[in-house]
Design a protein around this ligand. Structure first.
Ligand code: PSU
Ligand code: MN
Length: 303
């Protein structure tokens, strides 16, 4: 039986759902735990503006006072970007609702709420995946499980290079989640355009992505990944990337950081140790993904 979580859509989103206008879901963990202030608040506004510029309605998703909210006001975006709040994966949604607390939603939790609200297109930076060393730690992001059972198209820049990319691609295959490269044959590696792994399928236009998504939804209950490389101008230098990654992984091990704190700690190390270079990369790729998601949503809504 499908579950229907209690949720509240903003007036804009309610109207767009009723009239069939294109909607793009945006996540809040990226804002609360992935980007530092004040860049997170600027990015939040820019992402929403990009969706609107393409004729769509943005739906940033978070849990506030225990209520899953689909589409946030400016004051609510301020809160997500400044007040410390929990990082909620899909399993944490009921806990946050039951306890009446605030929380930022990961890809897994955002996809769950977006699908429940009837939104099928979602943009983010990088999908969570299988962590390096997962053979010992069992640290595999719930994003992968959520995608296998949630009919949402996630536009991202592949998975973060902090992960075991090959293992992540294997799990996506096992879980029957199709992976499409957008204008590329190489699976993107978040900060880098090419993770060193090929992508199983390639599309070159929003219309092709939309056609594949429509067909996939008729055939399977799973989500789909549309992976777009970071724009060339914003790609992080390869040597800098490799150095930051090695340092970050050593730091996380040294400090005994585990579980859901690993990804935010690594991203923060990149941002501080690169003097903001990785931050510019991260913002540029999320913006590009949001724009592409808006174009795919528009293609889906076209008669
Ligand atoms: N993309 C970004 N920054 C982020 C994330 C994605 O550019 O911070 C977040 C997403 O919310 C994703 C999470 O679900 O990282 C993965 O966390 P974990 O590895 O703990 O599952
Ligand atoms: Mn994890």
């Amino acid at each position: 039986m499908p579950i229907t979580p209690p949720l509240t859509c903003s007036p804009d989103v309610t109207d767009a759902l009723a009239t069939g206008r294109p909607i793009v879901a945006l996540e809040s963990t990226l804002l609360a735990h992935g980007l530092p202030a004040p860049a997170n608040r600027e990015a939040a506004a820019e992402l929403e503006e990009l969706v609107r510029a393409h004729g769509g309605v943005p739906a940033t998703i978070a849990v506030l006072d225990g209520v899953p909210r689909i589409g946030l006001t400016a004051a609510e975006l301020d809160r997500v970007c400044s007040a410390p709040m929990a990082k909620l994966s899909a399993r944490d949604l009921g806990v946050a609702v039951g306890l009446g607390i605030d929380g930022a939603t990961t890809v897994a939790a955002t996809a769950t709420l977006a699908a429940a609200a009837g939104i099928s297109v979602f943009a983010t930076g990088g999908l969570g995946g299988v962590h390096r060393g997962a053979r010992d730690t069992w640290d595999v992001s719930a994003d992968l499980a959520a995608l296998s059972g949630t009919p949402v198209l996630v536009v991202c820049s592949g998975v973060k290079s902090i992960l075991d990319v090959a293992a992540t691609l294997e799990v996506l295959e096992t879980r029957s989640v199709p992976v499409l490269g957008y204008g590329t044959d190489a699976f993107p590696g978040f900060y880098r355009r090419d993770s060193g792994h090929p992508v199983p399928w390639r599309v070159d236009t929003p219309q092709q992505a939309a056609a594949v998504w429509v067909a996939h939804r008729r055939l399977a209950p799973s989500g789909m990944v549309l992976a777009q490389p970071v724009p060339q101008f914003a790609e992080l230098d390869a040597e800098l990337h490799d150095r930051l990654l090695a340092e970050g992984l050593a730091l996380v091990a040294e400090r005994g950081i585990t579980g859901k704190d690993v990804t935010p700690a690594l991203l923060e190390h990149f941002h501080t140790a690169s003097g903001g270079a990785s931050l510019a990369t991260n913002v540029a790729l999320v913006k590009a993904n949001t724009e592409l998601a808006a174009r795919v949503a528009a293609a889906l809504a076209a008669p």
